[in-house]
Design a protein around this ligand. Structure first.
Ligand code: GLY
Ligand code: MN
Ligand code: MN
Length: 445
């Protein structure tokens, strides 16, 4: 039976995009301009392209969905501050690849004050005449090339009264700080991405059987994403059976799922460009063995405790330290580490089993932008930030490890939005307690 469609949240409004541009411009000097190219189509092979995905910073400021666009912001310009260059209208090309929005559509539907098509890029030089500081993504070679070409053209005209830029500055970090705090409408989209992602993980649990391939669970996951309008995964879906779960970014997904093994799925749908990022680990055959469950419960307890600590003022570092403490205590209890708890932590011996950090920002990018440290300190959480909590244990297949635990990899991951009082789990609709997973998997039969 096909699943019921979920009600769709509202897209980001033009007013909100405009307010974001205002907030960015408020941080710039008066004689500044912003140059921000969108993404271009990338060739996959011969004349086939990868599916188009807009650049996240560009999307954040205008929501314009086509390739090869350029956003220019000119704070204080009377004739309008927001200017867009975009693909030209071209009936012949549009007959092949679809209607293009064009400059008129950019003004009408995307809140631009003025728009040109890309054949008119030469007039950019005049628009930037008099702007001393160009804010652009310094890491973007195409943007740098464009800025340098404008600078050299204006420099050549200085004797005719042109004023050339003297400073290139990074716009990315300013945008990234804005992106770090999500608005109510962004949170609604992330809640939706989280919900779809949770439904996909439920579907994979129900589809799991010994003798199926990892990619068949990937197919179940991605079916559910697309069915609900999350048209692409936010990152490469990871389905790792058995010891493949110990490879942190395993994406081959090519092996058979074996009876008696666990399978780790780390997968997230992208809805209106916002990512979900869930990991669940469950038994291929629907029943945890005793050692699997013992290890699983250690990770689960650490994850649940960490989720419960999320609130404003707490740091990602302190959340991580709590997780390390819980996991290390569990490893000692199970005989996988020997010694005193504090000593195992201090010597970092736990890192043999847990070598990644517990959290990252999540938003338009799965590993979202924004500084993790401020003034050398781990940054305190604030309402509107969205993080992952994703502890794991990865037990090597080594001689000195009790055989029951060898090659087991477990990770449990949820997305949590920081609220005024605590945290809201955006990914709660898929079970994580071992009993609940087993109960859901019994529905298969
Ligand atoms: N899916 C990548 C991560 O969890 O960070
Ligand atoms: Mn993940
Ligand atoms: Mn993650």
């Amino acid at each position: 039976m096909l699943p019921e469609p979920l009600p769709r949240p509202a897209p980001i409004s033009q007013e909100e995009f405009a307010a974001r541009r205002e907030r960015l411009m408020a941080e710039l000097p008066e004689d500044a301009a912003v140059l921000l190219p969108g993404a271009t189509l990338k060739t996959r092979n011969r004349d086939s392209d990868y599916p188009f995905r807009q650049n996240s910073d560009f999307h954040y400021l205008c929501g314009f969905p086509e390739p090869d666009a350029l956003l220019v912001l000119l704070p204080g310009r009377e004739a309008g501050e927001a200017i867009l260059y975009c693909q030209e209208k071209d009936p012949q090309k549009e007959a092949w690849t679809g209607i293009r929005i064009g400059p008129e559509g950019a003004v009408r539907d995307y809140g631009m004050d003025e728009a040109f098509d890309n054949t008119q890029r030469a007039n950019l030089t005049e628009l930037l005449d008099g702007r001393r500081a160009l804010y652009l993504p310094l890491a973007d070679a195409a943007a740098m090339g464009l800025a340098e070409s404008v600078r050299s053209q204006l420099s050549a005209r200085v004797r005719r009264g042109a004023v050339a830029p003297t400073r290139f500055a990074d716009v990315s970090e300013l945008i990234h700080e804005l992106r770090l705090t999500k608005s109510e409408s962004e949170l609604a989209l992330m809640r939706h991405a989280g919900h779809i992602t949770a439904l996909a993980h439920r579907r994979a649990m129900r589809a799991s059987r010994p003798g199926r391939f990892e990619y068949q669970l990937q197919a179940e996951i991605e079916h559910e994403f697309v069915w609900h309008g999350a048209r692409a995964p936010a990152y490469g879906t990871i389905v790792g059976g058995g010891a493949n779960a110990c490879v942190l970014h395993y994406v081959e997904n090519a092996d058979l799922l074996a009876d008696g093994d666990l399978v780790l799925i780390d997968a997230g749908g992208e809805f209106d460009l916002y990512a979900g990022d869930i990991t669940r680990t469950f038994p291929v055959n629907g029943r945890f063995s005793e050692p699997q469950r013992a290890l699983y419960d250690v990770v689960l307890a650490a994850e649940e405790r960490a989720v419960a600590t999320v609130k404003p003022g707490v740091t990602l570092e302190s959340i991580h330290q709590g997780v390390v403490r819980d996991l290390t205590a569990g490893l000692i209890e199970l005989g996988l580490l020997e010694g005193e708890l504090d000593e195992c932590i201090e010597s970092q011996r736990y890192r043999r089993f847990y070598l990644h950090s517990t959290s990252h920002w999540v938003g338009l990018d799965v590993h979202d932008v924004g500084d993790y440290r401020v003034d050398g300190q781990s940054r305190p959480l604030e309402p509107g930030m969205v993080i992952t909590i994703e502890p794991g244990l990865y037990i090597p297949d080594a001689e000195d490890i009790p055989s029951a635990y060898r090659g087991i990899g477990i990770r449990i991951e949820d997305n949590v939005a920081v609220t005024a009082e605590g945290g809201e789990v955006l990914t709660a609709q898929v079970p994580k307690a071992a009993d609940e997973i087993e109960a859901l998997m019994r529905e298969r039969d």
